[in-house]
Design a protein around this ligand. Structure first.
Ligand code: DXP
Ligand SMILES: NCC(=O)COP(=O)(O)O
Length: 255
């Protein structure tokens, strides 16, 4: 069965609009887990717009399910736009200290609105390989954020990743427009087959939602989806507990 890892970035985004702990990130993690989530994902960014380093420490202290930290390994500390709130030590230093169950490397620029591409390992493979080796030596499962391109996915295995996370925005956009989405989904199936052939586990995420998830959940070998934005928006209507349950149902899990 595919695991559901709930991404809490958007809970932290709301929290950061006040100097309070409301909404409280660990409390929301606990609600997701109580409702049946299999893991928690966060994506700290250097600009501190949502998840901050302290959130990662707080979550690491309380989580008993899989903790997945995503981000760009080549980012360092950066002065915050708001004096006094920057606690970002750089992605790799944060992960070295926390040692989450899974670390997903994502090739984002510092100022992106959101993630918008997977790794080009023809270019970055030599830089990524030693990081994967180090993470694995710390007991952390590794994953690389990848476009659904079989040649690139084979390189992910060559540089030593345990898993890939397929970047699903192209599927989400095609599904929303109901244009060619079966052909786009077939690209993801081919990518998943390439991953399985070379021994990689398969995660996926980005803009998955209650409408597009049932078809995506049929992807062969899909181990985990991480979902944040749409689930948080749905929680505004349904409440967080019902939203998590609805996503588990969309993944084909009965209640
Ligand atoms: C790698 C990925 O697809 C997600 O982590 C996504 O980037 C969420 O980040 P934001 O919540 O900052 O958009
Ligand atoms: N890795 C994808 C993720 O964690 C959540 O992405 P989104 O659902 O917020 O687009």
């Amino acid at each position: 069965m595919t695991a559901l890892s709930v991404n809490l970035n958007k809970i932290a985004l709301i929290r950061n609009s006040r100097d309070t702990r409301n909404p409280d990130v660990p409390a929301h993690a606990q609600q997701c887990i109580d409702a049946g989530a299999n893991g928690i994902t966060v994506h700290p960014r250097p600009d501190q717009r949502h998840i901050r380093a302290q959130d990662c420490f707080d979550l690491a202290d309380m989580l008993k399910v899989e903790f997945n930290i995503e981000g760009n390994p080549f980012t360092g500390p950066r002065a915050s736009d708001r004096a006094g709130v920057s606690d970002y030590p750089g992605f790799m230093d944060l992960v070295r200290e926390i040692r989450p169950a899974q670390c997903t490397l994502v090739p984002d620029g510092d100022d992106q609105l959101t993630s918008d591409h997977g790794f080009d390992l023809t270019r970055d493979g030599d830089r990524v390989a030693p990081l994967l080796e180090e993470l694995k030596s710390l007991g952390i499962r590794t994953s690389l954020f990848m476009d659904p391109v079989p040649e690139q996915i084979r390189l992910a295995a060559q540089v030593g990743a345990d898993r890939i996370e397929l970047y699903t925005e192209s599927y989400a956009r095609a599904f929303e427009a109901q244009e060619n989405h079966e052909a786009v989904f077939a690209e993801f199936v081919a990518a998943a087959e390439a991953a399985t052939e070379c021994g990689l586990g398969i995660n996926a995420g980005h803009d998955l939602n209650l409408h597009n998830l049932p078809l995506f959940a049929t992807l062969p070998g899909l181990l985990e989806v991480s979902i944040g934005h749409a689930l948080t928006v749905d929680a505004l209507q349904m409440g967080l507990i019902e939203a998590v349950r609805a996503y588990q149902l969309a993944l084909g899990k009965g209640q």
